[in-house]
Design a protein around this ligand. Structure first.
Ligand code: SF4
Length: 499
């Protein structure tokens, strides 16, 4: 789900940001509470807003949405008691400034002739502007500026009779990345785009105390890390292009879009997914360690310590240290209690933010040759401050090793990224980047090395890569229809909402 209004880059750091987590529950006595727990486990996928819609036995939907963290919105017993029913749907949203208004917080809900319908979306539609323009021309009244609302209107105008057929009709018209979960009177529905760019998994609640009526309960979640907390067993990933319908008769699968080669987001393995998740059958933690080991083989350097940039650089640094036979040290300590700042995101403020979040652990660094391992470099502003900090703590040499290839392109499939002109690797060669960041040497894992770490011994198959890696290659597998269009068409609403 992307807020398609214009927005600047966030103030707190310079990482790519995942833009949403989704979590659905079917047939559990405390469905909304389970949804809140699931969203809590998916908090890393979006911290700006959270929402839950529940469905009670009388067919009435209940909704609560708010800006802030899941705990900010769903710790009040009055709120939780109001979210009645044995089915629920939740959403965590990442957005920056610009349009962070409540009207964009999901799940989105609409009343149709067939009953209520709520939808939560992770991803980004690449033809949403064009679709929106045509829908508005046909009389559709949009209430938000998110691309996700086009699902609602496409379903509304579909001539098909069943909800699933209407949804398939809608999905045939959209381009882009989507993992979505929808809830209506008869079923919980999950869907992944035909290339399966964003993750979605099925879990089973059977045999757990929360399950109503003896029949098993089910959950749909962005990641497996949210299954444990609700006592669900992992069943399987939803396949690319699959629509899964969960009702009281069980789980049904529809695959209306033919077979395509999966282009799952490779950055989920590098950074987005929680390290304890298993993504597309592969544990993220192990994968990150393998990427670190590959990085050490490709660009090892004599050093005294390997230091991760916490937290996301930790597993890759462990893999690097083991492979290189160099001690692993926590040379940078992260403060976990720093909230986001909403002050103007100038470079000066960004630089201050690094000091709020990280501090150097002098005894681990002083007089040492340091290999600093991070997962990515986006603008380079954070890296520069961290290197300065490590040098300030007495490091003799600083060698930066990055567990992703150089990020040279923006993501259009649901990850918040700066425009290309702001990406360090899009503007500078390796020597310039090393000079800007202030390191003695700089190396990124190669694209082939990354694929090897993901179990492809021959590296990237240029014809059939198997993953989306567009932010490293510019190979966008899904057309960027809106991005190629007229900038004036991106004006979505004349309403300015005060925050
Ligand atoms: Fe993931 Fe990069 Fe593809 Fe975006 S462009 S989906 S971040 S691999």
């Amino acid at each position: 789900m992307r807020d398609v209004s214009t927005r600047p880059w966030p103030a707190d750091d310079d990482k790519f940001h995942e833009e949403c987590g989704v979590f659905g529950v079917w047939n559990a006595t405390d469905a909304a509470a389970l949804a809140a727990l699931g969203l809590h486990a998916l908090q890393h996928r979006g911290q700006e807003a959270a929402g839950i819609v529940s469905l009670d036995e009388a067919g009435i939907f209940h909704s609560h949405k708010g800006q802030g963290l899941v705990g900010d919105n769903f710790s009040d017993p009055k709120v939780m008691n109001s979210l009645r029913g044995r089915a629920a749907l939740g959403h965590n949203r990442y957005a920056t400034t610009g349009e962070t208004a409540l009207r964009n917080v999901q799940p989105l809900y609409a009343d149709f002739a067939f009953g209520g319908f709520a939808v939560a979306h992770n991803g980004n539609l690449t033809n949403a502007h064009g679709l929106r323009r045509s829908l508005v021309g046909r009389g559709c009244l949009f209430q938000s500026t998110t691309d996700s609302e086009v699902f609602i209107h496409l379903i509304a105008i579909s001539l098909y009779s069943t909800v699933v057929d209407r949804l398939i009709d809608a999905l045939r018209q959209v381009q882009g990345a989507y993992s979505l979960v929808a809830l209506h009177n008869g079923a919980l529905i999950g869907a992944r785009d035909p290339l399966g760019v964003r993750p979605l998994v099925l879990g089973r609640l059977g045999g757990t105390p929360g399950v109503a009526g003896g029949a098993p309960g089910w959950v749909l979640s962005s990641e497996t890390c949210a299954l444990d907390i609700v006592g669900a067993e992992f069943v399987r990933d939803i396949d690319p292009g699959e629509i899964i319908v969960i009702d009281d008769a069980g789980v049904h699968s529809v695959k209306p879009f033919g077979k395509h080669q999966s282009r799952f987001c490779i950055f989920e393995y590098i950074y987005f997914a929680r390290p304890d998740s298993v993504v597309e059958g592969t544990p993220v933690y192990d994968t990150r360690k393998r990427i670190g080991a590959e990085l050490a083989r490709e660009s090892g350097v004599p050093a005294d310590v390997v230091v991760p940039v916490p937290d996301s650089g930790v597993p890759a640094a462990m893999g690097y240290a083991t492979e290189a036979g160099i001690p692993f040290e926590l040379g940078i300590i992260r403060n976990h209690y720093v909230g986001r700042t909403f002050i103007e995101p100038t470079d000066q403020i960004r630089n201050l933010g690094v000091k709020l979040k990280h501090s150097a652990n002098r005894p681990a660094l002083e007089g040492r040759r340091v290999v600093l391992v991070d997962d990515s470099i986006v603008r380079g502003t954070t890296s520069r401050k961290i290197v300065e900090m490590v040098r300030g703590a007495g490091a003799k040499e600083v060698h930066m090793r990055v567990s992703s290839p150089p990020t040279t392109h923006s993501c259009h499939y649901g990850i918040d990224t700066p425009e290309r002109a702001k990406l360090l690797a899009a503007q500078h060669d390796m020597a310039e980047m090393a000079r800007i960041i202030g390191v003695d040497s700089l190396a990124f894992i190669s694209l082939d090395g990354l694929y090897r770490a993901l179990g492809k011994p021959a590296g990237r198959d240029m014809a059939r890569p198997g993953f989306c890696d567009a932010c490293f290659t510019g190979d966008y597998a899904i057309p960027l229809t809106d991005a190629m269009g007229n900038a004036a068409d991106r004006q979505l609403s004349l309403l300015q909402v005060s925050q």
